[in-house]
Design a protein around this ligand. Structure first.
Ligand code: ADP
Length: 310
């Protein structure tokens, strides 16, 4: 297939997809205790799926490399991807269960979460290698920390275009993955962890300002860095960017920040695939992240192409 300039660019997300079982409670159960919950919801989740959905809803052509199990949760884990028009031809069905997150949300809004990786644990080097053709031709490959380390490393190696690495959750990857990240997208906690990985377990620079952490990551060989800072937006640095640029987030009434970081990463990847520069892509991603905190849940809170962004 030839790609004409009018066609949306290609983003390939290699990552996790889960069914999120969400129950609301007044308080979280203490160990050994049972509490009553209400409003059980079964929602599509997983950082990889969230990011793929965010990019696709904004118009990018997205394919997802991941795995589900042979159980009833597979449908829930992929419903959002399907609705958003993500190409699922590279989704594997493996023996055992689909990834599941069991989430309780207390009245104060605090989450307690148990994640069972299930089929996501199968997205290792061998599975990823079977999609080498797709990874080689993608404009942007997006990676996060919810699949095995060797899957992330193999996908980074096989990527023919730009690689966006979201080190969330923090996973002990080969520092070469971070040195190939363009950009590395991290929140403040993850930024310090990334610094530790690049310094081979050395000091994590806990005393450094966000600007200093970004500069240190650049010095240690990361081509570009986007540090997300919740309501404060993001810091951006890298080749073609003058110093460390602060990108503000629009002021919004936050309802639920679940999945805001994933909305940011998906939107950023879609924009980069379109050829937008890093700072402008981060400006749009910050607006998409702000949109996402105005609604509850992850994927259900993401903007569609026609939605007006804050
Ligand atoms: P993570 O959830 O991964 O820690 P952040 O909390 O930094 O990520 O959120 C990612 C992005 O979402 C931010 O850069 C920002 O653009 C947007 N965002 C998050 N929380 C808010 C908020 N309270 N108000 C406005 N924008 C927000």
């Amino acid at each position: 297939m030839t790609t004409s300039p009018a066609e949306p660019a290609t983003v390939v997300v290699v990552g996790s997809t889960n069914a999120d079982l969400l129950a609301r409670t007044t308080v979280h159960p203490a160990p050994g205790e049972t509490v009553l919950g209400r409003d059980l919801q079964v929602l599509p989740g997983g950082k990889g799926a969230n990011q793929a959905v965010a990019a696709a809803l904004l118009g990018a052509r997205v394919a997802f490399v991941g795995a589900v199990g042979e159980d009833e949760f597979a449908q829930a884990a992929t419903s959002g991807l399907r609705d958003a028009g993500v190409d699922l031809s590279r989704l594997d069905v493996v023996p055992g269960g689909t990834g599941v997150a069991v989430v309780t949300v207390a009245a104060d809004g605090e989450n307690a979460i148990v994640v069972v990786p299930g089929a996501n644990a199968a997205v290792g080097a061998a599975q990823v290698r079977r999609h080498a053709d797709l990874l080689d031709t993608a404009a942007v490959v997006v990676l996060q920390g919810e699949i095995p380390r060797d899957g992330i490393e193999e996908a980074a190696r096989l990527a023919g275009g730009r690689v966006v690495v979201n080190l969330a959750p923090v996973i002990d990857v080969d520092p070469a993955v971070l040195r190939g990240a363009d950009p590395l997208v991290v929140n403040e906690h993850e930024a310090h962890a990334a610094l530790g990985l690049l310094e081979h377990g050395g000091p994590t620079g806990a005393e450094l300002s966000d600007e200093d952490v970004v500069a240190a990551l650049r010095r240690l060989g990361v081509p570009s860095v986007v540090l997300t800072r919740g309501a404060q937006g993001a810091l951006v640095a890298g080749h073609g960017v003058d110093g460390v640029v602060a990108v503000p987030s629009p002021r919004v009434a936050a309802v639920d920040t679940t999945g805001a970081g994933d909305a940011f990463v998906g939107a950023l990847a879609g924009e980069l695939a379109r050829g937008t520069g890093l700072v402008d892509a981060a400006r749009l991603a910050a607006r998409v992240g702000a949109f996402a905190v105005r609604g509850s849940g992850a994927q259900p809170s993401y903007p569609r192409g026609g939605d007006e962004l804050p």
